[in-house]
Design a protein around this ligand. Structure first.
Ligand SMILES: C[S@@+](CC[C@H](N)C(=O)[O-])C[C@H]1O[C@@H](n2cnc3c(N)ncnc32)[C@H](O)[C@@H]1O
Length: 254
């Protein structure tokens, strides 16, 4: 447990397993497509050299991993990990389609760096220290039962001087528009989401509950700094509905 919300691995896996088939559609519908814009902004915040290795944890159906791989034009090696089999299976299908398409247009498979998906718990990553140039997570850190453990693992597998990026929901502070959004997020979205997702685990009541309890802005930036990252800066997006955090791996957790 983290706060009052049940974030046990078993509950999280069951919940995402139940909604996996509708996850992408629900994301696009309930955010009116804004989630795509947020992931594109996240990709812009993490500049990568050709030949770099990037790990995207809690990758879900793989949209951020795929966006990095496509942005790298096949010159960046991308690995996506998640512990929900059903989500990862969809990521694998989307990944193979993207690789096939890129191979067809480049005419040679060897011209394309790999895009790989693996089943793994973010809190116990199966990689050696300093394996990646960048480690990212979108809307996943909040779901890990131990935020600091997940952040430390992300920092551990990142090379010193490498980049760690977190994209996560936050609550807008602006009075009028923020108030309208809070009404939508707390009252409308759980009902509409539940109606569309039709899952017994109430994923769309869990969403505002977990966001309400999760640190944002300076508080999350400070937590990142305690977990082996430095120069952490954050950029609120769309009135502060989501926030991008970016830090540099110091190579030694404080
Ligand atoms: C809200 S989805 C986000 C998926 C994707 N990153 C995106 O941007 O749409 C959260 C994902 O985190 C995964 N997750 C939660 N806790 C995890 C953990 N401890 N280890 C691995 N995956 C985890 C869930 O299985 C789920 O696929």
């Amino acid at each position: 447990m983290n706060g009052d919300v049940d974030k046990s691995g078993q509950r999280i896996r069951r919940m995402f397993g139940q909604i996996a088939g509708r996850y992408d559609l629900l994301n696009r519908t309930l955010s009116a497509g804004t989630d795509v814009y947020w992931r594109n902004r996240a990709v812009q915040q993490v500049p990568l050299q050709p030949g770099s290795r990037l790990l995207d944890v809690c990758t879900g159906t793989g949209d951020l991993a795929l966006a990095f791989w496509q942005q790298g034009k096949g010159q960046v090696d991308v690995v996506g990990t998640d512990f929900t089999h059903e989500m990862l299976a969809l990521a694998c299908t989307k990944g193979s389609r993207a690789v096939q398409k890129a191979t067809r247009s480049s005419g040679t498979e060897s011209a394309t760096r790999p895009l790989t998906f693996l089943e793994a718990d973010t809190q116990h990553l199966p990689f050696e220290d300093s394996s990646f140039d960048a480690v990212t997570v979108a809307f996943g850190l909040r779901n890990c039962s131990d935020t600091s453990l997940a952040l430390r693992e992300m920092a551990r597998v990142c090379k010193p001087g490498g980049q760690v990026m977190v994209l996560e929901f936050s609550m807008p502070q602006q009075k009028v528009l923020g108030g309208l959004y809070r009404f939508y997020f707390l009252r409308v979205l759980p009902r509409v989401g539940q109606l569309l997702a039709r899952n017994p685990e109430s994923a769309y009541s869990y969403l505002p509950e977990s966001v309400g309890q999760f640190p944002s802005g300076k508080a999350l930036a400070q937590q990142m700094e305690q977990c082996g990252l430095e120069q952490v800066r954050w950029t609120p997006l769309t009135l502060g509905i989501a926030t991008i955090y970016h830090g540099i791996c110091s190579g030694s957790p404080s």
